[in-house]
Write a protein that binds this ligand. Sequence first.
Ligand SMILES: Cc1ncc(COP(=O)(O)O)c(C=O)c1O
Length: 381
Amino acid sequence: MNGSGLDRYARTLVGLERKGRHRALLPPGGIDFTSNDYLALAGSPRLKAAIAAAIERGVPVGAGGSRLLRGNHSEHEALEAEAAAHFGMERCLYFGSGYAANAALFATLPQRDDLIVHDALVHASAHEGISASKAPAVSVPHNDVEGFADAIRRWRLAGGTGHPWIAVESLYSMDGDRAPLPELAELADRHDGFLVIDEAHATGVFGPHGRGLAHGLENRENIIVLHTCGKALGVSGALIGASAVICDYLVNRAGGFIYSTAPSPLIAAGVREALRIVADEPERRFALDVLRTFANTELAAVLGVEGSGSQILPVPIGDNALCLRIAARMRAEGFDIRAIRPPTVPEGTARLRIAITLNVDRPTISRMLARLAMIMAEEKP
Ligand SMILES: Cc1ncc(COP(=O)(O)O)c(C=O)c1O
């Protein structure tokens, strides 16, 4: 290949650098204010012991094939059955990642005569599925219930005959605020539609037994819930909870499920244990609740920034380069904080995303915020 084949990629990378949008892999280091390991389960001895016990009883590391071929292991089925009981859903289906699950769900379920109405801030994985879907899609301003209703009304007036699909996150990944789920569920009911709730950042953290913020809405045939297993559950993969018909349809039609090697059975055993930990160690959730409340109060007192109320605390900066500089200075001081920039968040809204997990304690949060306040004051344009 002559040089020009690669030049176009190099040029794009230079352009990203110029706009402060270039991304690079950094090693994790310093005190964790950035992971989604909210309950500190990723390194928990109980999870490690469950994996060791699974190895001991002969659970294989690899599935060896698609679930529809020889890759369907009893560990996958046991996890799905336990998860369905845990989350109160008729059935659950385990995917290798939340990204793959969201992409499969939106690409497969909405049909040509349907409409996808999604919140402007839904995750990139939902967009991936939406852009592969046969159904048209409309973006609605963040958390604007009237906006959702209007979009559906306009579509019906224009002759829309199918079902609307309302797509939201129960707790938004980069803003830490919540979706108005009861109002949206009511809207879906009123318009013979479906409501897809991505619980990625609420699973394990909120609701009775860490069932998420959609608890109370489960087991309705028009609700589909995504629980990711790599965040508070500390493992990896994702569970789609839905009616048996929807899950069976995905098994038969979702390319990302059919034509992909099944997730590791060993990891499925780990997720099963994580669900049990979440159910029978409620003290983890309570401890996170205390830390979260403390962090929100301190954020307002020290930085004058209103907290989201959740464990995800965005500190708005705006400018990409400035955001990168502040994050780098915090990391240099031993606090692992990352700059979140477009296109992950809308243009002009670069922010530090501070995640509160059980990997830190109150004095460490105070130290981090005091240092951040000083650095932000020094960096003030
Ligand atoms: C809201 C949301 N949905 C889905 C995903 C994807 O999940 P996973 O990391 O398991 O691929 C993420 C991950 O960041 C997320 O924040």
